[in-house]
Design a protein around this ligand. Structure first.
Ligand code: AP5
Length: 214
């Protein structure tokens, strides 16, 4: 099963991708995580990506397409993958189609999470992440057991630089202008599936599995 997860910032793509990985043994490919790891390592890719990400803008298509081309050739993607945060523009979606066609495979579904603007703002402002293992928390809905500290490895939690109000607004604007049109793109391909992303994570997960089992 090869899946794409679509949705505005904070819609729950990462949260649900991790659940799908556990349930179906798929590889998790998150361009956001890959880019943040590149920033942390201080690589040339990271330096370039940081200038876009810190202000909530999309990283140029050629950079992310290059990342995905390498990543989906890896062994762990052979049994299927969940693309979390890619594609985000129509040119990225077209590049993905070409890559998959040349590898003799295709997408099975593009799942779009629907959430309101208020949910987007709440989830992003209340998110805290672990800079060591990437675990994410929500200060109210999914808090860590000990205040400000990761449950898994005890690292102090941080707020992502793009989770500040001005950057959240910019990310929402980028989503509306460049990513939302992908719903029509995948509807036209007959593989769009829509799910309500606003209930609690367990309920969204249940709806998602039901949808994919159909
Ligand atoms: P990326 O990391 O992909 O950010 P995003 O799409 O904005 O998505 P988020 O990670 O913010 O949210 P999510 O939907 O995964 O929600 P999550 O599960 O964490 O990208 C960051 C940046 O990288 C981009 O802005 C861009 O600059 C660059 N980039 C990445 N890919 C790119 C591409 N393809 N092209 C160009 N640039 C690219 O949940 C959010 C919070 O809500 C958490 O606190 C969580 O605990 C909580 N939560 C989740 N689900 C629920 C629920 N059901 N109920 C209550 N709380 C919930």
């Amino acid at each position: 099963m090869n899946l794409v997860l679509l949705g505005p910032p904070g819609a729950g793509k990462g949260t649900q991708a991790k659940r799908l990985v556990e349930r179906f043994g798929l590889a998790h490919v998150s361009t956001g995580d890959i880019l943040r790891a590149a920033i942390q390592s201080g690589s040339a890719l990271g330096l370039e990506a940081k200038s876009y990400m810190d202000r909530g803008a999309l990283v140029p298509d050629d950079l992310v397409v290059g990342i995905i081309r390498d990543r989906i050739r890896a062994d762990d993607c052979r049994g299927g993958f969940v693309l979390d945060g890619f594609p985000r523009t129509v040119p990225q979606a077209e590049a993905l189609e070409r890559m998959l066609a040349s590898a003799g495979t295709r997408l099975d579904a593009a799942v779009a999470f629907d959430v309101s603007d208020q949910v987007v703002i709440d989830r992003n402002t209340q998110r805290r992440s672990c800079p060591t293992c990437g675990a994410t928390y929500h200060l109210v809905n999914a808090p860590p057991k000990r205040d400000g500290v990761c449950d898994r490895d005890g690292t102090p939690l941080v707020q992502r630089p793009d989770d500040r109000p001005e950057q959240i607004r910019q990310r929402m604007a980028e989503y509306r202008a460049k990513t939302a049109p992908l719903k029509e793109f995948y509807r036209g391909h007959g593989i769009l599936r829509e799910v309500d992303g606003s209930p609690a994570p367990d309920e969204v997960g249940r709806l998602l599995v039901e949808l994919l089992s159909r």
